[in-house]
Design a protein around this ligand. Structure first.
Ligand code: PEP
Ligand code: MG
Length: 307
């Protein structure tokens, strides 16, 4: 079965009936681009730009950043590459940006909130991205993490466009943005759902705390219903909606997400083979049926709550 999955590496992501669902890679460092290409990713769905800032006392310069983004984009000529703005805070603290005294860091300054507090970092990163975009031929999409609603989405999209970026979107990681998805679809070019954080915040269970690890599953129908709100708003408004959290790497969940109307899936490169193979076993109608059963809770099994 592993060999069969490997044989499909050059093939696009699609269902049994040919319904297309591009399969993209999550990339944490420029050298992760190698496995992304090796495992047949159609592009990059999440480039975590944090690595550029790790271990430093100050943010990298515009030129240093532009060079790194350019190197990445050059590996994916004419392909979609989604770069995420710095997601500092909570599980990814940075000493020069993240306050040390927050009682609940996951509910504190992180993602776009941190960038707005440190406006020069935000401005410099967008400038560097626009420079790299102008110098290369990839299809660059830029998104902000931890965006709460359509107002924050509009702020970020307007700023990104003012720098000359063509596709500017937001991550959906907070329940509030899912509830406001119809409004978000009016202002954002695209949404990428971060199921790791969306699960953490929907279930109110810290993703790094072992004592509440049972809650950290996107099979929970509440998480799937939040995803459906976003997918429905995207499809009603012609706005692409992807998933870039761990959920996309679970082959069965990938089928359900496709049935919910998500348009692309991004995952750790080693997961691509199995997801690609599983998707090809189901028609869209079957995927939609599985999605409606999942929304009803059929595949979610709570642990330890039976009397
Ligand atoms: C997510 O939250 O699902 C996500 C993709 O971002 P990260 O895991 O980097 O917070
Ligand atoms: Mg996240």
């Amino acid at each position: 079965a592993a060999d069969q999955a490997k044989a499909l590496r050059g093939q696009p992501g699609q269902l049994k009936d040919g319904y297309r669902i591009p399969l993209l890679a999550n990339v944490g460092k420029p050298k992760d681009a190698d496995p992304a290409l090796e495992y047949g990713a159609e592009g990059v769905g999440l480039f975590r730009s944090e690595f550029l800032f790790l271990g430093l006392d100050n943010p990298p310069s515009v030129d240093e950043q532009a060079k790194a983004y350019q190197e990445l984009l050059e590996r994916f000529p004419d392909r979609k590459v989604v770069i995420r703005m710095l997601d500092a805070g909570a599980d990814k603290p940075l000493p020069f940006l993240t306050p040390e005294d927050e009682p609940n860091p996951a509910l504190g300054l992180r993602g776009l909130r941190t960038l707005k507090e440190h406006y020069q970092v935000l401005d410099d990163q967008l400038t560097a991205l626009a420079q790299a975009d102008a110098a290369t031929h990839a299809d660059l999409w830029v998104m902000a993490p931890m965006v709460a609603d359509e107002h924050e989405a509009a702020y970020f999209v307007k700023l990104g466009k003012s720098k000359g970026l063509k596709k500017v979107g937001v991550m959906a990681e907070v329940p509030s943005i899912a509830l406001m998805a119809d409004k978000v679809a009016q202002v954002a070019d695209f949404v990428s759902i971060g199921t790791n954080d969306l699960t953490q915040y929907t279930l109110a269970a810290d993703r790094i705390l072992g004592s509440v690890a049972n809650y950290q599953t996107a099979w929970h129908p509440a998480v799937l219903r939040a995803i459906k709100l976003i997918a429905d708003a995207g499809n009603a408004n012609g706005m692409p909606v992807g998933v870039c959290g761990e959920a996309a790497a679970d082959p069965d969940l990938a089928v359900v997400l496709t049935g919910l109307g998500v348009n692309s899936l991004s995952m750790t490169p080693v997961a691509l083979d199995d997801v690609r193979a599983e998707l090809r076993k189901h028609t869209l109608e079957e995927a939609q049926d599985l999605a409606s059963r999942a929304l009803d809770g059929e595949f979610y099994h709570p642990q330890g709550w039976e009397l």
